[in-house]
Ligand binder design. Structure first.
Ligand SMILES: Nc1ncnc2c1ncn2[C@@H]1O[C@H](COP(=O)(O)OP(=O)(O)O)[C@@H](O)[C@H]1O
Ligand SMILES: [Mg+2]
Length: 227
């Protein structure tokens, strides 16, 4: 079984003369435990593809299956609770600076668990353990403004992992980091894919960041090719 299946996905923004075909006929499949890169220049359609898989950007045509369940087939499947699937099966990591500024590192991770109904005490324990595993045990009470870029990104990773999602989606997760911190974040994602058996899809325009990935898909002008 695949964690993610995308079949002939097309996304068209707008209509008529101003329509933009951002993704055209994209097909890809990712297994649990695979670390996959989606590589391509700016404007090629990477974010569109990732947000369609992440249930936040409705595909115009084609299918998306998450963990074997059809979520889109010529548009969202009617009657699905997209928010629930997003919360329970998906974890998102974006560029740095997407933490909640008035919550500490610990609280930023706890909130993801509490939204899913985990009681405060259990949420605190799990968030503490996760942050510890990401070498942030000494930063639990710090606010994002007091953390380095690499530390913030690791808090964001902890938050994305909190609910043990089947699928982790990362959009340019190293864009705000220097090369060393970027490599560390990518190495961490690799380790997590293996240990947690999660499918991890990482969007990047930086070819240097995808060493050690299981597979690379290249996107050009909305069209995808296995690299
Ligand atoms: N909400 C939108 N409305 C109209 N066009 C959009 C929208 N979002 C993205 N686009 C266009 O779709 C194309 C792909 O964008 P995007 O998926 O953001 O590419 P990337 O992430 O690779 O930079 C671009 O031409 C972009 O201008
Ligand atoms: Mg983008």
């Amino acid at each position: 079984m695949y964690a993610v299946e995308v079949e002939k996905l097309t996304k068209i923004y707008g209509r008529g003369d101003t329509a933009v075909r951002a993704i055209v006929d994209a097909t890809l499949r990712v297994k649990p435990g695979e670390l996959v890169a989606i590589l391509g220049p700016s404007g090629s359609g990477k974010t569109t593809l990732l947000t369609a898989i992440g249930l936040i950007n409705e595909p115009t045509h084609g299918k998306v299956l998450i963990d074997g369940e059809t979520v889109a087939d010529e548009g969202w499947r009617p009657g699905l609770d997209l928010k629930k699937i997003r919360r329970e099966k998906l974890g998102f990591i974006f560029q740095a600076h997407n933490l909640i500024p008035f919550l500490t590192a610990l609280e930023n991770v706890m909130i993801a668990l509490e939204i899913n109904g985990v009681p405060e005490r259990a949420a605190s324990e799990r968030a503490t353990a996760l942050l510890g595993a990401l070498n942030l045990g000494h930063r639990l009470r710090n606010y994002p403004s007091a953390l380095s870029g690499g530390e913030r990104q690791r808090v964001a990773i902890a938050r994305a992992l909190a609910n043990r999602p089947k699928v982790i989606l990362a959009d340019e997760p190293t864009a705000a980091l220097d090369t060393d911190n970027g490599r560390n974040v990518m190495a961490l994602l690799k380790k997590l894919a293996v240990e947690n058996h999660s499918a991890i899809l990482v969007v990047t325009h930086d070819r240097r960041m995808v060493e050690g990935f299981d597979r690379i898909f290249e996107v050009h002008d909305g069209r995808i090719a296995a690299g």
